[in-house]
Design a protein around this ligand. Structure first.
Ligand code: NDP
Ligand code: PYC
Length: 342
């Protein structure tokens, strides 16, 4: 396998990228409101260097929209179920507009009660998860989000794919610093990164995937072509992935990663599942300032020799992109502009 040479890049202002993506989504079947939300999400991922969920995902979004599998004009239905529980039916639309429709209520309930849950069902999440929790921490809340996806991960010791790549994202406020955020797939690798490795002609690290016969492989094409990923960390990642299926699907009323059928919609790529978001107000704690204690922990981790805090690389990339523009391959930017005009 020979790796492709890096293509020539150019810098595009974040706002210009976001506006172009908004036009693109709207031209390809979403409402203006949904287009603005998806565009901001996708441009933010590209800005922060989260390449597996930035503009790389655009063909998948458009293919799903064109197939009729997802409704880009869906208007979510918000149900105020209990003092600490909100349920949203995304009505077969994207998860982010469903979240946007209930976000203020989630924050208000978390502040009033100390904790609140937002259970989104009948939704499509095709994006990075950190945008769903980072803004909560910027408002002083602790945020936790879980989403399940499509069956492409073999449970530990199993023989066929069942779980999704099922990410978990967490954000905590810090005193005088940007929030502490992590966002990780519970599979050994995100499915998007397998696709990028295949496109770029790179091998996967050992013990990440199996081929269609269930044999270990480092060939990303073999993983994509009937093979599967493994959970990260053996039985431990597998248990976390199981938890995500239960909380993001069973608790919300969404589909498990293995029980939606998109075979009638050739071209469908966005998983139709669910998402659970939990917001906690640390001001309700009787302890010292949570945000200060978060700083204490980060300092102790650095003191213990940890060189890189989760989320730090993404924040650095964001700062550079906002200063210099978002780096995009010249051909990719031209294609995005073409699609936005088409
Ligand atoms: P990574 O393994 O790249 O990163 C996981 C986390 O670990 C990040 O918070 C990252 O911080 C941090 N990190 C990475 N390397 C180090 C290090 N050396 N030391 C300390 N911290 C580190 O993420 P994944 O590949 O697992 O996931 C990529 C994206 O894919 C996520 O945004 C996820 O939400 C998305 N995804 C979405 C799915 C969906 O269904 N919508 C399904 C699966 C994945 P930093 O950000 O600063 O690099
Ligand atoms: O990268 O694993 C992934 C993924 C699945 C759905 C959206 N992203």
């Amino acid at each position: 396998m020979t790796a492709e040479a890096t293509p020539p890049c150019q810098r595009v202002a974040f706002g210009q990228l976001r506006d172009t993506l908004a036009r693109l989504f709207e031209r390809h079947g979403t409402s203006g409101e949904v287009a603005a939300i998806l565009a901001d999400n996708c441009a933010s991922a590209e800005r922060d260097g989260a390449h597996s969920h930035g503009v790389f995902r655009i063909p998948g979004y458009l293919s799903s929209l064109a197939s009729g599998w997802v409704d880009g004009r869906a208007v979510p239905e918000v149900q105020d179920s209990a003092p600490g529980f909100i349920a949203v039916d995304a009505r077969n639309g994207f998860a982010q507009p469903a979240y946007a429709a209930a976000r203020d209520l989630l924050v208000a309930k978390a502040r009033a009660n100390g904790i609140a849950l937002l259970a989104i069902r009948n939704s499509h999440h095709f994006a990075a998860l950190w945008p769903d929790v980072e803004p909560l921490a910027e408002q002083g809340l602790v945020g936790l989000a879980l989403v399940n996806s499509m069956a492409c991960v073999v449970p530990h010791g199993g023989t066929r794919p069942l779980f999704g790549t099922n990410p978990i994202a967490f954000a905590a406020p810090r005193d005088g610093h940007p929030p502490l955020v992590f966002d990780l797939a519970t599979s050994a690798m995100a499915h998007g990164d397998v696709q990028i490795a295949a496109r770029e002609g790179r091998l996967l690290p050992p013990a990440h995937g199996v081929d269609a016969a269930g044999q270990p492989t480092c060939d990303p094409r073999a993983v994509l072509d009937g093979g599967a990923l493994l959970p990260f960390g053996g039985h431990k990642g597998s248990a976390l992935s199981m938890m995500v299926e239960l909380l993001a699907a069973a608790l919300t009323g969404g589909h498990f990663s293995f029980d939606f059928d998109w075979s009638g919609h050739p071209g469908a790529q966005t998983p139709r599942t669910g998402e659970l978001i939990i917001a906690i107000d640390p001001a309700k704690s009787a302890g010292r300032s949570f945000a200060q204690r978060c700083n204490d922990l980060v300092a102790a981790m650095a003191d213990a020799g940890q060189q890189r805090q989760p989320g730090r690389q993404r924040q650095r990339q964001r700062a550079q992109s906002l200063r210099e523009g978002v780096a995009l391959p010249v051909a990719t930017w031209a294609e995005l502009q073409r699609l936005a005009a088409a």
